[in-house]
Write a protein that binds this ligand. Structure first.
Ligand code: SF4
Length: 337
């Protein structure tokens, strides 16, 4: 079966102005998302991973148009949503829903669960009151809760149950795409697996496409078909899940993966420690954004930004180590000094 992209992102950028002085003069920009391109096929899960501040959550918000991009296109179901009016975008939001990290903060504590779940249907003018009540019952059961929970309030649930409610709310409008932003990071490890399994079951049942944002490579491993790694606003590697975990190419991905514990006492994983802190995104390093911390840094890395390039079928990386052109570029650089 031919794979069809549901979402296609091209050259996406989000720059936030940095203001200084009493007059609020713009002195620079934080490049939160800087020229990011990827696609997500129908029915698949794309994991997006990186340390905090790498731009993964901003990317999620841009895809929902909760933020307007500085540049780039986001094609959803064949339509560029960056140019839609607010009214047109409201219709699209039925098809793209979000699950948030902190289920407690994202559920209004003064509203009953029934009211919380009905809200997206009311906002989009879908279904009569009776149908809405039926749907509330149906989706509470779908996520492993019971219809009698509808009358309760968020504080009466555990963290895992609250995230199930967050997932039920996202499902109410029968979306095609769900963007899950760190959906299990606030939960105990024992509960994380239950929520991940639930999300996988729901994906099959409702033919959902997921973008799963996380800071931890081990969390996205089992749920993702493909994984993209972000660093300082840029996508530095993207590949099929298996390929990425078996043979990571980018030094940053290699370091992140070396920190993931392997449940095998005979396997000795040599951890690569990344030196230094993430640079200030308002003043990113020249050339490769990772060069200040990379153990393989070469001269060219400080001067030329590597582009994301396909090195093997479906496996792209932005690193001069794999760039045949890099040798020539170094010679050129040396010649120009
Ligand atoms: Fe390291 Fe250079 Fe590759 Fe950047 S381009 S990751 S600095 S080797």
């Amino acid at each position: 079966m031919e794979e069809k992209p549901l979402l296609k992102v091209e050259g996406l950028k989000k720059y936030f102005p940095v203001k200084k002085g009493p007059l609020g003069r713009i002195s620079g920009h934080v490049k939160a998302v800087d020229d990011v391109s990827f696609h997500v096929n129908e029915g698949e899960t794309l994991g997006i991973v990186g340390e905090s501040g790498c731009g993964k959550s901003t990317t999620g918000k841009l895809l929902m148009r909760l933020l307007s991009p500085t540049a780039g296109t986001v094609e959803f179901d064949g339509k560029d949503i960056t140019t839609l009016t607010n009214d047109e975008m409201r219709k699209v939001r039925r098809d793209i829903q979000m699950v948030f990290q902190d289920p407690y903060a994202s559920l209004n504590p003064r509203h009953s669960i029934a009211r919380i779940l009905e809200e997206p249907l009311i906002v989009h003018g879908i279904a009569s009151k009776k149908e809405r009540r039926e749907k509330v019952k149906q989706f509470l059961e779908v996520v492993g809760l019971s219809s009698y929970h509808a009358k309760r309030f968020p504080h009466q649930f555990s963290g895992g149950q609250r995230q199930r409610i967050g997932i039920a709310r996202a499902l109410m409008t029968n979306p095609k795409l769900i963007i899950a932003d760190e959906p299990v990071s606030a939960l105990d490890v024992s509960i994380q697996a239950q929520v991940l399994n639930l999300m996988q079951d729901l994906q099959k049942e409702f033919k959902l496409t997921y973008i799963f944002i996380a800071h931890d490579l081990s969390v996205v491993r089992h749920i993702s078909d493909r994984v993209g790694v972000m660093y300082l606003g840029k996508l530095v590697e993207i590949a099929d899940s298996e390929q990425l975990y078996e043979e990571p190419l980018h030094p940053y991905t290699q370091a992140l993966l070396s920190a993931v514990p392997i449940p095998d006492p005979h396997f000795k994983n040599e951890q690569i420690i990344i030196q230094g802190d993430i640079p200030n995104p308002a003043d990113p390093p020249s050339g490769c954004p990772f060069h200040t911390r990379c153990p393989h840094k070469m001269e060219i890395c400080t001067k030329v930004t590597p582009v994301l390039d396909e090195k093997k079928s479906g496996h792209s990386v932005a690193c001069h180590l794999y760039n045949e052109q890099a040798g020539n570029d170094i010679k050129q650089l040396e010649g120009s000094v």
